[in-house]
Design a protein around this ligand. Structure first.
Ligand SMILES: Cc1cc2nc3c(=O)[nH]c(=O)nc-3n(C[C@H](O)[C@H](O)[C@H](O)COP(=O)(O)OP(=O)(O)OC[C@H]3O[C@@H](n4cnc5c(N)ncnc54)[C@H](O)[C@@H]3O)c2cc1C
Ligand SMILES: NC(=O)c1ccc[n+]([C@@H]2O[C@H](COP(=O)([O-])OP(=O)(O)OC[C@H]3O[C@@H](n4cnc5c(N)ncnc54)[C@H](O)[C@@H]3O)[C@@H](O)[C@H]2O)c1
Length: 458
């Protein structure tokens, strides 16, 4: 049986970097991948969606050209084949770059196939058996498909298949009004599809504060996206050329029909076909691998990184898992998941940048909280860009003066929020930023102003 110093299962956002680090120390490393190198982010997640979001924004701005005094001769058209080809090029570059770096390491053996545990330190990949004293699981997740009556009888789409669609949907129905659903909804509306979002919760992106949900809903509705909240999709069926969706809802029509259906109702970890029970590796009730603060599973010598451990659902959290394991195992500088401050962006346009606590979460801490708020209508850069939807908010602990969280929905919101994030990592009092001189004209220049106008959170 081939024996390695380490085996990495999956080439998502943690595995390849870890394999390269381990190999650089002289270890013989096997990397097993059953699908495309780069996993979700590179192939069916961040990279392709953000490439297509860029195309959609260009179409949107071209339609708004007259607002800026610019003349566009004729109507704005979207060539879906070229949008897809551009996206495919960007994805291929990223994937091939990663493949080349793995193949370029003489200590790494890349094995294509599905890995399955036979015991704590033994894996089967097809007919091949592998063993190593250290095994790193980076198997990620996939779209969770709900048990909706009729779903098996209609050609529904997921984040993966929608990215390969070469023709524009006449009417795209999106089930699920959260990260995946909203990014695709706005994108396809801007490509000129009719789009309806169906969300069973009382509002979109239910984990965010109510005013964030309301502002994002207003942005999408302003572009012609139809939104049905409080609408639980309870069944689907074919209706001639269309797909009909049945809703359990207090308001609005209980039936809806569209040409295409996107299921964006969450993700599930790829842990069901990994033989974890045979290895004695514990999972929780949602199928996530149980890990400690440094990514160790219940079996000594086996770690789980990325989406499959349920401690993050983002590329940067998966990559940080790699950093924690590498620092702890190789650098003698132990790091921990609990040191991580929640941070993420939602790539609707304008983007939503979020760090730390929401207002609702801050209230629950029982601390005395100060809040600063400013609408984008009072931010010079947003006015100059003609993009005044959204707002920024910062939450501060009144006693320690530390920043608890921030929201920036507006131009560059995903970038601007990092100024706050770094101050939070520094555990510096908010007064440091309040007195900093920021560059004019930027959205970030208003952060010190907002911090100078803090009020008690009621
Ligand atoms: C549409 C969409 C957009 C997103 N946009 C963003 C974004 O903008 N920013 C952000 O931070 N995050 C985004 N995410 C989330 C991000 O893609 C994931 O959090 C990230 O890819 C997680 O990486 P990972 O390392 O856990 O695993 P993954 O990237 O999922 O990779 C896991 C790999 O393991 C392989 N594998 C699984 N099981 C086995 C097995 N048994 N044997 C061998 N190989 C196996 C898979 O084939 C896959 O290649 C998005 C997700 C989606 C779906
Ligand atoms: N920008 C980013 O970083 C980004 C982008 C996309 C995805 N992601 C990652 O992907 C993960 C999954 O995102 P997601 O949006 O698929 O899932 P989610 O779990 O965030 O949201 C699913 C939504 O579907 C709704 N829903 C479920 N069943 C329904 C039904 N039958 N009828 C109507 N509504 C229903 C839920 O109420 C919920 O709002 C996120 O947690 C995120 O980490 C990140």
């Amino acid at each position: 049986m081939p024996s390695y110093d380490a085996i990495v299962i999956g080439t998502g956002q943690a595995g390849p970097s870890l394999a390269l680090r381990l190999a650089a120390t002289g270890m013989k490393v096997a990397v097993v991948e059953r699908g495309r190198i780069g996993g979700t982010c590179v192939n069916t997640g961040c990279t392709p969606t953000k490439a297509m979001v860029a195309s959609a924004r260009t179409a949107h701005l071209a339609r708004r050209a007259a607002d800026f005094g610019v003349t566009v001769a004729g109507p704005v058209g979207v060539d879906m084949a070229r949008v897809i080809a551009r996206k495919d090029d960007i994805v291929a570059q990223s994937r091939e770059g990663l493949r080349a770096s793995l193949l370029g390491s003489e200590n790494i053996t890349l094995i294509e196939g599905q890995a399955r545990f036979r015991s704590g330190h033994e894996l089967a990949v097809g007919p091949q058996l592998l063993t190593a004293p250290r095994i790193f699981i980076n198997v990620g997740g996939r779209a969770a498909i709900p048990a909706l009556p009729g779903l098996g009888d209609v050609p529904y789409l997921t984040n993966s298949s929608l990215l390969a669609l070469a023709t524009l949907p006449r009417h795209l129905i999106v089930i699920g009004g959260s990260y995946v659903g909203l990014e695709f909804a706005q994108m396809f509306r801007r490509f000129d599809s009719a789009v309806t979002i169906v969300e069973m919760g009382p509002r979109l992106i239910g984990r965010e504060d109510e005013d964030v949900s309301a502002a994002v809903q207003a942005i999408l509705e302003g572009e012609g996206v139809a939104i049905r909240t409080g609408a639980h999709c309870i069944g689907v069926r074919r209706d001639g050329e269309d797909i009909a969706v049945r809703l359990d809802c207090a308001e609005g029509a209980p039936d809806l029909a569209g040409s295409h259906l996107l299921v964006a109702t969450g993700r599930r970890p790829n842990t069901d076909d990994l033989g974890l029970a045979e290895a004695g590796i514990h999972i929780d009730e949602r199928g996530h691998i149980v890990v400690d603060d440094q990514l160790r599973t219940s079996v000594p010598g086996v770690w789980a990184l990325g989406d499959c451990n349920g401690h993050g659902a983002f590329t940067h959290t998966a990559y940080n898992d790699y950093e924690i394991v590498a620092a702890t195992l190789l650098d003698g500088e132990p790091r921990r998941i609990s040191e991580r401050i929640p941070a993420y962006a939602l790539y609707v346009d304008p983007p939503l940048g979020r760090v730390g606590l929401t207002t609702a979460q801050a209230r629950l801490t029982g601390r005395s909280v100060l809040v600063g708020h400013r609408p984008m209508t009072r931010v010079a850069r947003a006015i100059e860009k003609g993009e005044t939807a959204g707002f920024m908010r910062v939450l501060v602990d009144a006693d320690t003066q530390e920043i608890l969280g921030a929201t920036v929905l507006g131009p560059g919101g995903d970038e601007v929020v990092h100024a706050v994030l770094d101050l939070m990592y520094a555990r510096a009092p908010y007064t440091v930023m309040q007195r900093a001189v920021h560059i004019h004209p930027t959205v970030a220049e208003l952060l010190p102003t907002v911090l100078g106008e803090l009020q008690t959170l009621e």
